[in-house]
Design a protein around this ligand. Structure first.
Ligand code: NAP
Ligand code: G4F
Length: 344
């Protein structure tokens, strides 16, 4: 029988790649979207899957809405990808972030608990929960130490997912995913900000990119690889939580250097007043400046994941490496800028 998947956050980066992946697996895909005044299905259109998805209206703030939709759709699997996912914003909107990212997840789990036939449940947990990491690399045994309202909310959702598995025997699990990017990444995240900025510099639409902490290190992978791990987790007989990461870490500075190389520029870093700038060795133009307003009130300096458990038990491993990811993102943005088609 055809399996039904309900994906929350379908209009986001991972929602687009996951729906594409599940459609290739023969699923009937239901996409939960919150009401917005503008069209925001561009990622689904870009992957060519929009017409194959059954859209349903659902906001994680409203439990009655969640109950009705889950009862109507009768999914076999629910992938909860919906979230206020931008860490910086969570410092300005901490209560809203926790309402959606923490209590919103609780609303879904309570809904499932009250159903007769209970769907499997995937929760999008995050390496932000490791925060000020208490060991490196981070794996399923590493203690959590979140550093933002976002990380704290994700940790609440994570433990609630564990608790409903242990208390009510739900097939619920969390993927503790490290940063994953793609050409469909939102433009406020640092990787896409850089890839788009470099494409605009190459096409002379912009002179420089203004960044915050150049020394922050992240374990960056490709979203298309990571959504497969979500599905693999729900196919396990016994639900369990897994760390998903590449096992390599790079700084924002390195990301910028690699992205500059993709447009044939080499960056030289120079001191400038109380900070530094990145200057093109070839042209002498300043292409990176530092602006402290992008710094976080509490930063996470270094993240590095160890996903050996997922490798051993799920058979998951990433296919796109750091160099491949940067190249893919810059090339995609070069095309978009050339065509005047940057929409998200
Ligand atoms: P994203 O691009 O920001 O997408 C977030 C999605 O959530 C969007 O579809 C958004 O809808 C939806 N959403 C936000 N608030 C909602 C609400 N109140 N009700 C219903 N839907 C709502 O995020 P992503 O990068 O795809 O990440 C997917 C999930 O994985 C998120 O939960 C994120 O926190 C988590 N995660 C991401 C990473 C990563 O590196 N990408 C790593 C670890 C965990 P709109 O289009 O209407 O805004
Ligand atoms: O790209 P970011 O905003 O991603 P961040 O904060 O790591 O969060 C992302 O990954 C998490 C997984 O660990 C997800 F759970 C979360 O939903 C999201 O997808 O920032 C990455 C790093 C930070 O250290 C930040 O301080 O880059 C640094 N950075 C430096 N300059 C910047 C900038 N970040 C942004 N967004 N913009 C800058 O100009």
């Amino acid at each position: 029988m055809t399996k039904r998947a309900l994906i929350t956050g379908i209009t986001g980066q991972d929602g687009a790649y996951l729906s594409q992946f599940l459609l290739t697996k023969g699923y009937e895909v239901f996409g939960a979207v919150r009401r917005t005044s503008s069209i925001n299905t561009g990622r689904l259109s870009e992957l060519g899957v929009l017409d194959e998805i059954n859209m349903v209206s659902m906001d994680l703030a409203e439990i009655t809405n969640i109950q009705r939709i889950v009862e109507e759709v009768e999914p076999d699997e629910i992938y909860n990808l919906a979230a206020q996912s931008f860490v910086q914003t969570s410092f300005e909107q901490p209560i809203y972030t926790s309402d959606i990212d923490a209590i919103g997840v609780h609303r879904i789990l309570e809904t499932i608990r009250n159903l007769g036939a209970k769907p499997k449940f995937y929760q999008a947990s995050s390496s932000e929960m490791f925060g000020k990491a208490q060991g490196t690399p981070q794996n399923e045994e590493t203690p959590f130490y979140p550093r933002s309202p976002y990380g704290i909310s994700k940790l609440y959702a994570h433990w609630t997912t564990v608790n409903y598995r242990e208390s009510w025997n739900l097939h619920s699990c969390s993927g503790i995913l490290f940063n994953h990017e793609s050409p469909l990444r939102g433009i406020e995240f640092v990787t896409r900000k850089i890839s788009l900025g470099m494409a605009e510099i190459a096409h002379k639409k912009k002179n420089r990119i203004s960044l915050g902490n150049l020394n922050a290190e992240r374990d960056w992978g490709f979203s298309g690889d990571y959504v497969k791990a979500m599905w693999m987790m729900l196919q396990q007989k016994n639900p369990k939580d897994y760390v998903i990461a590449t096992g390599k870490t790079h700084s924002v500075r390195e990301f910028a250097e690699k992205a500059a190389q993709a447009i044939d520029l080499e960056i030289e870093w120079m001191a400038d007043k109380d900070d530094e700038v990145g200057v093109s060795k070839d042209t002498g133009d300043t292409i990176i400046t530092v602006n402290k307003s992008f710094n976080r009130p509490a930063e996470i300096d270094h993240l590095l994941g160890d996903s050996r458990l997922a490798n051993n038990e799920l058979g998951w491993k990433p296919e796109v490496d750091f160099e491949g990811l940067v190249e893919m993102m810059v090339q995609s943005d070069l095309k978009r800028v050339e065509q005047g088609a940057v929409w998200f």
